[in-house]
Design a protein around this ligand. Structure first.
Ligand code: SF4
Length: 350
C-alpha cells in the first residue's frame, strides 16, 4: 500500500461504501503491513488548565460561553503535573499529553510549560501538548524544550467547520499545524465524529488530514461526548458501525499514522472497541479523565487488552538524569528572567 497525499472525496466515499467485512479486512491488512499486530500505544491526558476558554467550539464544556459543570482551574503547578506524569508512567503510559483550554499560550505561560516538558521528558515519557494556536516562534520554543508531539485537531471538514466554531478559522488551524511541523515536532491531528456532520463531511475531514504534505503521526478520532449545557448536547448519536468504518478508512488512507481512539470511548462497549482495533486503531487515551469528560478506568482497559491478547507499546525513552528539584529551580530562573515579574503560580485561567 503506497503512502498517498492526493485522495479525492469520491475515492473516500467508495471506501465507505464497501461491505463492512471487506473494509475491515483491507484495513487490518494495511495495518499489519505498517504496524506490529496486537500492539496498542497508550497515552495519558492531563488537563493542565481547565475551563474559561474564549473559543466557542460548540462541543466543548470548557468554552466560557456555555453553562456546564466544568470548574475553571488555573494553570497547574509544575510539581502537580509531574506527580500525575509519574502515576501515568506507573500505569503503563508511554506518552503524557498536557492540555490547556486557551486560544493560544501567552508569553507569561512559557516558563511553566517548558518546565513541564522538561520534567515529563526527564521521567522517560514522550511529551505532547495541546494549547491552542501556536505561531512559528512558540512552536520553535516548545520544540527546543523537547516537546515531541503537538495536538491540534481539524475537528471536521472545512465546509462544516463554520457550524461548529466561529472564533478561529480552518486556515488558522492549518497554519498552526504547519508551524508545528516546521519546528520539527510530530503532529497529532484528527477530528470529532457526531457533531451533526454529513457522511460527505466525514470524508472531507479525512481528505484534509491525508492530503497534508506529511500525514499526522497521530490521528485521534473522537466520538462526541454530549455534555449538558453545550449547544450539541442533544445531537443524534453516531451509529457504532459508521464509527468503526471511519477508523478503518483512516487506517487505509494514513497507513503509517497511529490512529487513536480518543474521547467517547466511555460510551463504547468492549465489542465496539474491539472492532475499532480490528479496523486499525492502535493507540488509546488511558486514565480516568480525558480532559474533562470521563474515560474508561485503567483496569477495564487492561482487562480488555488481556482478553484480546493486546500488548502495550513499551516505554521508548530513557529517563534523563534531571531531578525535580533541579527542574523547579530552572523554572524559577526562567520566570525570574522574563520581562514581567509574577507569582510562580499565577492565575492563568484566561
Ligand atoms: S479551544 Fe479547546 S478548550 Fe477552547 S473551547 Fe475549543 S475545544 Fe474547548
Amino acid at each position: 500500500m503506497e503512502i498517498r497525499h492526493n485522495w479525492t472525496a469520491q475515492e473516500v466515499q467508495a471506501l465507505f461504501d464497501k461491505p463492512f467485512m471487506d473494509l475491515l479486512f483491507d484495513a487490518q491488512q494495511v495495518h499489519r503491513e505498517y504496524h506490529p499486530a496486537n500492539q496498542v500505544q497508550v497515552s495519558t491526558l492531563l488537563s493542565i488548565k481547565t475551563g474559561a476558554c474564549p473559543e466557542d467550539c460548540k462541543y466543548c464544556p470548557q468554552s466560557a460561553r456555555y453553562r456546564t459543570d466544568v470548574e475553571k482551574e488555573r494553570l497547574m503547578e509544575v510539581e502537580r503535573v509531574l506527580e500525575a506524569a509519574e502515576k501515568a508512567k506507573a500505569s503503563g503510559a508511554t506518552r503524557f499529553c498536557m492540555g490547556a483550554a486557551w486560544k493560544n499560550p501567552k508569553q507569561r505561560d512559557m516558563p511553566y510549560l517548558l518546565g513541564m516538558i522538561q520534567g515529563v521528558k526527564g521521567l522517560g515519557l514522550e511529551t505532547c501538548m495541546t494549547l491552542g494556536m501556536l505561531d512559528a516562534e512558540q512552536a520553535k520554543t516548545l520544540s527546543e524544550a523537547g516537546l515531541d508531539y503537538y495536538n491540534h485537531n481539524l475537528d471536521t471538514s472545512p465546509e462544516f467547520y463554520g457550524n461548529i466554531i466561529t472564533t478561529r478559522t480552518y486556515q488558522e488551524r492549518l497554519d498552526t499545524l504547519s508551524n508545528v511541523r516546521d519546528a520539527g515536532m510530530k503532529v497529532c491531528s484528527g477530528g470529532i465524529i457526531g457533531l451533526g456532520e454529513s457522511a460527505r463531511d466525514r470524508a472531507g475531514l479525512l481528505v484534509e488530514l491525508a492530503n497534508m504534505p506529511a500525514h499526522p503521526e497521530s490521528v485521534p478520532i473522537n466520538m462526541l461526548v454530549k455534555v449538558k449545557g453545550t449547544p450539541l448536547e442533544n445531537v443524534d448519536d453516531v451509529d457504532p458501525f459508521d464509527f468503526v468504518r471511519i477508523i478503518a478508512v483512516a487506517r487505509i488512507m494514513m497507513p503509517k499514522s497511529a490512529v487513536r481512539l480518543s474521547a467517547g470511548r466511555e460510551d463504547m462497549n468492549e465489542q465496539m472497541q474491539t472492532l475499532c482495533f480490528m479496523a486499525g486503531a492502535n493507540s488509546i487515551f488511558y486514565g480516568c479523565k480525558l480532559l474533562t469528560t470521563p474515560n474508561p478506568d485503567e483496569d477495564a482497559d487492561m482487562q480488555l487488552f488481556k482478553k484480546l491478547g493486546i500488548n502495550r507499546e513499551a516505554v521508548s525513552q530513557k529517563p534523563d538524569q534531571v531531578t525535580e528539584h533541579d527542574l523547579l529551580e530552572q523554572v524559577a530562573e526562567r520566570v525570574a528572567s522574563r520581562p514581567q515579574e509574577g507569582d510562580l503560580f499565577y492565575d492563568a485561567s484566561v
